[in-house]
Ligand binder design. Structure first.
Ligand code: HEC
Length: 132
């Protein structure tokens, strides 16, 4: 019977590791927290960057910067493209980045940015486009 209890112990250990791994996978943050739901300022790092990562960096990053525009960091977003800035601080309606999404021109390929995600970006720009 000694052997059998060792096998049980080993199985229990494996099951424990499996559970721990699963628990670890579940701590991921939701991709976008609703800007409207909270009175806190929209966070560039936590809310805006995940949207850009999902829809834009494929064509606007260090490796592949269409028109010289990099949307893979705060500095890149604020530096704009070869033609100039794409974010006008405090003025989402005057920001080319917003305009290109709202008009459906960007992303050039792939799923359009949902309205609530565009709203997150607009709010972030209205609030001063901070590196927060
Ligand atoms: C499949 C590739 C692709 C994706 C994805 C993509 N872009 Fe672009 N983007 C381009 C290309 C190519 C251009 C240049 C030609 C043009 O303006 O259509 C461009 C141009 C732009 C410009 C204009 C820059 C200027 O100064 O004229 C902006 C702003 C822009 N993209 C923002 C975005 C945003 C924001 C996203 C994500 C929501 C995005 N792009 C996703 C390919 C892409």
């Amino acid at each position: 019977m000694k052997l059998r209890s060792d096998v049980f112990a080993a199985l229990a250990l494996l099951a424990g590791i499996g559970l721990a791994a699963q628990a670890g996978a579940e701590v991921e943050r939701p991709l976008v927290e609703s800007a409207a739901a909270s009175h806190n300022a929209v966070s560039f790092a936590d809310e805006v960057m995940p949207i850009l990562e999902q829809h834009c960096v494929e064509c606007h990053s260090e490796e592949n910067a269409e028109l010289g525009l990099r949307l893979d960091s705060y500095e890149g977003v604020m530096a704009g493209s070869d033609y100039g800035t794409v974010v006008e601080v405090g003025d989402p309606d005057g920001s080319l980045l917003v305009d290109m999404i709202a008009s459906g021109d960007m992303p050039e390929d792939g799923d359009p940015v949902p309205a609530d995600e565009l709203e997150v970006i607009r709010t972030w720009i209205s609030e001063g486009a901070e590196n927060n």
